[in-house]
Design a binder for this molecule. Structure first.
Ligand code: PLP
Length: 387
């Protein structure tokens, strides 16, 4: 029986660690061995092999991740997209139907609209703010509802309580991409979601140096997902497991700092006369604010905003900043800045972007762990140049 630690800070450090420690090593050693001596296993999934996700590095991470979200089980994958595609393909087969939020991570949007459609798996988009409209989209073959905790790049928060209830009432599997919140700010299992998905490339690892993913949730569903992953092959290498394991230990100190810093930067931008609009669920008066306050323990390190002016204004501002690195991706210790239309949402048609409210001038900031004052000063000097 695994030990239970009350607080997430303690679970980050101690949950899932080998007992006793391996040769006394304080840090989990890397087991860089593809195969392991046969020990009488009778099922294929129990043979010890890296692709079967059961080396000591995998097992320690699985236990830690499940403990973080107070869930029954977890598995790590080769990328966030491997987690998402494997989990969806475990439960949907040709003829099935999926309900999904309309504003999704670009890769997920493409997978659902292109790859699933090609496989004969259909979908309908639902408005996360309008639970009354969901029942009308149900079909006898609807099997799943798919959401994101905080949407990218507008940082919206759907009626997540209603989603979990709707899924239960209609026998659907509920999946939520919890990457933007991280287990510090939101733990889907505690709110009735069946499965939580992560791109661990972001906050969980936190150092922008690996690509990895995770699925966390109900044990009965996780067993099926792991068997599917064993076939599809999107397994995480032990060396990347080691880096993720190391990164996870500081998640709470990073995330809490990033929550605080992003909130202060949002407030600063919100008051600035050169700023047209700020999207951050922690700003009072924003559409998702009340919901986010009820559901989350922090509002996250991601925000987006529009300056008064055109695309040129936005690009000049981005180039005038000194600290943030112009790059897609998020969740690391370095602050990153990007115009989503040129990066994360470049694959989406201009019409779809317009429907969702993603303007060409929108700027997205992933707040790192630099001093908040330094970041605000940097924004200030870049805005002064705009005048
Ligand atoms: C980055 C990201 C993904 C994809 O993760 P990869 O690790 O790049 O495959 C999925 N969902 C969200 C919300 C993301 O930010």
């Amino acid at each position: 029986m695994a030990k239970h630690y009350k607080h997430i800070e303690t679970r980050l450090i101690h949950a899932g660690e080998p007992e006793p420690l391996i040769n006394g090593a304080v840090s989990m050693p890397i087991f860089q061995s593809s195969t392991f001596e046969y020990a009488g296993q009778s099922s294929y999934d129990d043979i010890r092999y890296i692709r079967l996700n059961n080396t000591p590095n995998h097992i320690a991470l699985h236990q830690k991740l499940a403990a973080l979200e107070n869930a029954e089980a977890a598995v790590v994958t080769a990328s966030g997209m491997a987690a998402i595609t494997t989990a969806i393909l475990t439960f949907l087969t040709p003829g099935d139907h999926l309900l999904t939020q309309d504003c999704l991570y670009g890769g997920t949007h493409e997978f659902i609209t292109k790859d699933l459609t090609a496989l004969g798996i259909s979908h309908d988009f639902v408005d996360g703010d309008a639970p009354d409209s969901w029942t009308g989209k149900l079909r006898p073959e609807t099997k799943m509802i798919y959401m994101e905790t905080i949407t990218n790049p507008l940082m919206q928060v759907a009626d997540l309580r209603a989603v979990a209830e709707f899924a239960k009432a209609n026998g659907l599997i509920s999946m939520i991409d919890n990457t933007f919140a991280s287990p510090i700010n939101f733990r889907p299992s505690e709110h009735g979601f069946d499965l939580s998905l992560h791109s661990c490339s972001k906050y969980l690892n936190g150092h922008s140096d690996i690509v990895a993913g995770a699925v966390i949730g109900r044990a009965d569903l996780m067993e099926k997902i792991i068997h599917k992953l064993n076939h599809l092959g999107g397994s995480l290498d032990p060396h990347a497991c080691f880096l993720l394991h190391r990164g996870i230990k500081t998640l709470a100190v990073r995330m809490r700092y990033q929550n605080e810093s992003a909130l202060r930067i949002s407030e600063y931008l919100h008051k600035h006369p050169a700023v047209e609009k700020v999207n951050y669920p922690g700003l009072e008066g924003q559409p998702g604010y009340t919901r986010a306050r009820e559901l989350f323990e922090g509002f996250g390190g991601m925000l987006s905003f529009e300056l008064k002016g055109d695309v040129e204004t936005a690009d000049r501002f981005i180039r005038s900043m000194n600290l943030p690195i112009i790059a897609p991706s998020l969740g690391g210790v370095e602050t990153l800045i990007t115009r989503p239309v040129t990066t994360s949402h470049a694959g989406m048609s201009p019409e779809d972007r317009q429907t969702l409210g993603i303007s060409d001038t929108l700027i997205r900031l992933s707040v790192g762990i630099e001093a908040t004052e330094d970041l605000i000063e940097d924004i200030e000097q870049a805005l002064v140049k705009e005048k």
